[in-house]
Design a protein around this ligand. Structure first.
Ligand code: SAH
Ligand code: SF4
Ligand code: F3S
Length: 456
């Protein structure tokens, strides 16, 4: 059987697709293009209206393509599958499996069964009480999944779900209640990955700072888990995402100063710079508290690079509220931000909040915000010129010029660095190697580095 996976959404989905791809490879399935695949999996996101629409248009496209390939079928996983469930099976008969975030553990076996039983449809949508452990699919052949992490990097899930119910957010409905994974399972997977040659691990969860606040964490909190993972032999870079500011413990902030392999980067979603908006969003912190966290992070690790998520046009957001967001962006100087126009989602509290901000006003605010972000990002990148760092190489750069090869990787803070290397290196695979460089130029969204010594 030939399969193809299309992924929408966050890193959790990217990680899930990577795992599913490996689990199918281990069963003897082979990767193929969407046009040639017997099975097309859509791993979906419903956090805003647009990604949800993309799923429907992808299904429309598959419906037409499958008319000439009656043996091909589709599976829909992720948040839209959880949200719409069996409605998808009814509406699109060529969809023969829907699976949610807990159901994915059983998806490879279900797909094997469906390949044997034409005409059958299955749904794996139940939420389980405990974190659903999955088969280890890491030892088999390399994943065919292109959006996955680099050769020396991996994600490790530490929890699933979210209990925060921020007023705008559908995630608690699509991913269910928070369930921490047992620390022994987390550590065993990390060890296994390090034995395979992984050098950088990103711990994943919707809200990692509340790890262990449910029974699944076996009494361990996030700071303790972080220390345990950081101490594993061979781990050179450790990251985690995502963090809710209200739950970040002082021990986690301090860890940035204590753990040398914890990367100097934190994604800390702010959402808005207006206290009134934050209150209506149900975020349970105000800007003063947020700025206090930023200050203590910088005390612990002066070179920490901060990233954030911002929403414009939340119901009731005034021009003044919006200006407060721009103000705090200037104050914190986030190196990067993901910014979104508020989008009504079914069943969330903000649906009933008024007045709605018009799409024109929201678009205008988003453009102004992104313009400011570009300036701050450029200045931050510019300030790196002249410094030295180790770059973990992912692969050849997208743009090549001259006889030598340009390689692309990331510095410890996660900034993209491109490095031209002489023809001596053309034949060698440097993916997964660490390269010492001096930063010589800042581009709009990346840096250019100069080779300083042997890759290791
Ligand atoms: N668990 C993560 C967020 C997951 S959703 C966290 O709490 O940080 C990723 C981002 O999407 C959110 O941070 C938020 O900025 C944005 N988002 C969520 N729901 C949204 C909505 N209804 N409209 C616009 N943006 C939204
Ligand atoms: Fe959504 Fe809030 Fe949970 Fe993040 S913390 S997933 S924004 S409800
Ligand atoms: Fe999207 Fe679900 Fe992730 S809604 S952002 S795929 S948790």
């Amino acid at each position: 059987m030939r399969f193809h996976i299309v992924t929408f959404g966050c890193q959790m989905n990217v990680h899930d697709s990577d795992w599913l791809s490996r689990a199918l490879l281990a069963r003897g399935w082979t990767p193929a293009s969407e046009q040639e695949a017997d099975l097309v999996v859509l791993n979906t996101c419903s956090v805003r209206e647009k990604p949800e629409q993309k799923v429907h248009s992808a299904l429309g496209r598959l419906g037409t393509a499958f008319r000439n390939r009656p043996r091909s079928f589709a599976a829909v996983g992720g948040c839209v599958a959880q949200q719409l469930g069996t409605e998808l099976l009814r509406k699109y008969p060529f969809v023969r499996l829907v699976f949610g975030s807990d159901g994915i553990a059983e998806a490879p076996n279900a797909l094997e069964r469906l390949a044997q039983e034409p005409g059958t449809q299955l749904a794996l949508l139940d939420f389980l009480k405990k974190y659903p452990e999955r088969e280890a699919a890491w030892d088999g052949p390399a994943s065919s999944y292109q959006d996955g992490p680099g050769p020396a990097q991996c994600f490790v899930n530490i929890m699933q779900g979210c209990d925060n119910f921020c007023a705008y957010c559908i995630v608690p409905y699509t991913r269910g209640r928070q369930k921490s994974r047992h620390p022994d399972a987390v550590l065993a997977e990390c060890r296994r990955q390090l034995e395979r040659g992984v050098r950088e691990i990103t711990l994943l969860g919707q809200n990692v700072n509340s790890y262990g606040q449910d029974p699944g964490g076996a009494g361990m909190n996030f700071a303790e888990l972080l220390h345990k993972v950081a101490a594993l032999p061979g781990l050179e870079r450790l990251r985690f995402t995502t963090s809710h500011p209200k739950d970040i413990a002082p021990e986690v902030v301090r860890a940035f100063g204590e753990l040398s392999n914890l990367c100097p980067h934190l994604h800390l979603p702010l959402q808005s710079g207006s206290d009134a908006v934050l209150r209506r969003m149900g975020r349970k912190y105000d800007t003063e508290r947020y700025l206090g966290i930023v200050e203590s992070l910088r005390q612990a690790r002066p070179d920490i690079a901060l990233g954030t998520d911002l929403i414009v046009g939340f119901p009731g957001e005034t021009e003044e509220d919006f200006l407060a967001t721009l103000e705090i962006m200037r104050e914190v100087r986030f190196e990067s931000s993901f910014s979104f126009k508020y989008s009504d989602r079914p069943g969330v509290a903000a649906v009933n909040m008024t007045p709605k901000v018009t799409p024109e006003v929201a678009s205008d605010r988003l453009a102004r915000l992104q313009e400011l972000q570009n300036v701050i990002t450029s200045e931050a990148l510019e300030s790196r010129v002249g410094t030295r760092c180790d770059v973990l190489l992912d692969g050849p750069s997208k743009v090549q010029s001259g006889d030598g090869m340009h390689w692309r990787g990331r510095d410890p803070a996660g900034r993209v660095v491109n490095v031209p290397l002489s023809t001596d290196w053309n034949e060698k695979s440097l993916a997964g190697k660490m390269l010492p460089v001096r930063v010589v130029e800042a581009k709009k969204h990346s840096l250019r580095g100069e080779y300083l010594g042997e890759p290791w």
